[in-house]
Design a protein around this ligand. Structure first.
Ligand code: KMH
Ligand code: ZN
Length: 306
């Protein structure tokens, strides 16, 4: 484990691969997303990971106006690191997904390291779901989350041009080799920040063994000092199991309604803040010291108070 005991938490506020009928707690409108992000920060999140949704329907959106409103609204109310997605949601092109980086020039954004099947069709159909929501879920039987080499070369250039720090999302072992390939092409600045996202149907499972395997693979490819990392378990109990494992490995953690809707096996989450609070109570038990966005900026090599 690294000598630095500090740990930061990111909170994935709403997501692009879920529909509103899955939980009334999922924030939809810009105002709800801003409020939820500010509350997650107050609960201990140093980073908020942001998607936007059509305020009328709740459908995941790539609308730049919505992104601008949300990013500005959060920035006015607190100093959290605001990390928009370039992953987007079903049906969005890579150009649409990248626009938030080129137009908003955020200090950090997600960068997805490979293509894979991304299935959310196993989600239970609830009576409160609108027809488009069922269609959205079902359409992922045939959905490939596209991040081709051409896409990720181009995205690397865009991130460099805007000075945005990528959070490299890796969902399977091969994505680490893709990242190594980008580094060999001179498209990557070290140390990189890696998010191990495990538990998506179509990629690797949210198990301790797979996180350990992927972490060990990253050490062999980049060296222990070549990367910082965090773990995001998709689903329950994966979200908290991976948080605990990452804390033990010296990594950081991600929770939030984008990835998981339960606070315990028996209770659905009411808010993002509740998930952050639960995860951060694990840190001192494992001799890790929770840090805020200032500490996270130091650990990530971001300019202070950007
Ligand atoms: N929805 C997560 C499984 C992104 O937004 O760029 C992955 C994610 C990626 O958060
Ligand atoms: Zn996301």
């Amino acid at each position: 484990m690294s000598a630095d005991a500090r740990v930061f938490c990111s909170c994935a506020i709403t997501g692009g691969m879920s529909v509103p009928g899955q939980s009334p707690a999922i924030p939809i409108t810009p105002e709800q997303i801003i409020d939820s992000a500010v509350a997650a920060h107050a609960a201990g999140a140093a980073i908020v990971h942001i998607h936007v949704r059509d305020p009328e329907t709740g459908r995941p959106s790539a609308d730049l106006g919505l992104f601008k409103e949300v990013l500005a609204g959060i920035g006015e109310r607190c100093g959290v690191i605001v990390q928009p997605t370039t992953g987007g949601g079903v049906g969005m092109t890579i150009e649409e997904r990248a626009r938030v980086v080129t137009d908003c020039r955020p200090e950090m954004a997600t960068f997805n390291c490979g293509s894979f099947n991304f299935g959310i069709f196993r989600v239970h159909h609830r009576p409160e779901m609108a027809p488009w929501e069922i269609e959205y879920l079902e359409s992922t039987r045939d959905y490939i989350f596209r991040n081709t080499f051409s896409d990720i070369y181009r995205l690397s250039e865009l991130f460099r041009e805007t000075g945005t720090k990528p959070e490299y999302e890796v969902y399977d072992v091969g994505h680490l080799y893709n990242l190594r390939h980008l580094a060999d092409q001179g498209l990557v600045d070290f140390p990189v920040h890696i998010q191990f996202v495990l538990g998506v149907l179509g990629a690797n499972a949210a198990t301790l063994q797979q996180l350990l395997h992927m972490h060990q693979t990253a050490v062999s490819l980049f060296g222990a000092d070549g990367f910082t990392f965090s773990a995001a378990g998709v689903g329950y109990p994966g979200q908290f199991h991976l948080a605990a494992t990452s804390l033990m490995l010296g990594g950081h953690i991600r929770v939030g309604l984008e990835d998981n809707l339960r606070v315990t096996g028996a209770r659905r989450a009411q808010s993002n803040a509740e998930l952050v609070e639960k995860a951060m109570t694990l840190a001192p038990l494992l001799d890790r010291q929770p840090t805020d966005s200032g500490g996270a900026r130091e650990l990530l090599g971001l300019p202070s108070g950007a």
